[in-house]
Design a binder for this molecule. Sequence first.
Ligand code: PPE
Length: 306
Amino acid sequence: MPVQPVEKIWMNGSLVDWADAKIHVLSHALHYGSGVFEGIRAYETPKGTAAFRLEDHIGRLFRSAHLYHTPIPYSQDEMAAAIKETIRANGLSHCYIRPLVIRGYGEMGVNPFDAPVEVSIAVWPWGEYLGEGALEAGVRVKISSWKRNDQNSLPPAAKATGQYINSVLAKMEALHGGYDEAIMLNQHGQIADGSGENIFVVRKGILLTPPLWAGCLDGVTRDSVMMIAQDLGIEVREDNLVRSDLYHADEMFFTGTAAEVTPICEVDDRMIGGGHRGPVTKEIQGTFLSAARGEVERYSGWLSYV
Ligand code: PPE
């Protein structure tokens, strides 16, 4: 999806013009994938622009950095303030937010320890991640022949840039096959997640999602949806799923910051439920989007006003 340029990007402590937010070609992260990042959305609410679960996303950024021995030279509060400052500087009422922490330029070779840590925050308006109309019409997905990164190779619990080359393989395969998105299995053949989304199945009124140890990212949207479902009186279970659990699902959907709650209408050329957004998906999706837009008092604690 093309990025729509805005005015400013925050780089290492100050706002620079969009076109000047550059790094050297010998930056360590470009060669070895030694970066960690986040994806956050800010929504327009009746009380102004608010970032959704900002502290939780920043917390995960710091956990990812910890796993990769990457010292972030700012506190979590300073990162939150910088994110808000960047949104304000660009005058955006709603946007996608991409904080990025990389090992920068100065040293070559796999050893990252002496490469400087560089931090940036970019924001831009981003529409429906899996295509215009996907939130209503749903998407067609394919189970990938590529397995999700293993826990002992590239731990899926971290959101590191280099790990995403695994998702890139799966995404390309799905697109080449004429599908919208890929679902990845772990090394044991259990469902992990999408190339950039967590996955949920509705079967006989129960909401099922793979546990974190299946190899999915600890999604903030996943957590929000589990809470919303419980509040709606829907039973939620974290359990391992195999591919036939998907083929026999009554409803299915992806969750993610970018994807929000996107219905899945087809898996491996098998129609799911009626082939359109099911009633449970619709209710959860509606509540999630209302919460993010500041319309549900119960979830007001999820919003950080900019
Ligand atoms: N699994 C993966 C592999 C993943 O990348 C994401 C987020 C999720 C699950 C959902 O996590 P959360 O956003 O906390 O609910 N993917 C981000 C990056 C997408 C991209 O193309 O870049 C996102 O949605 O921001």
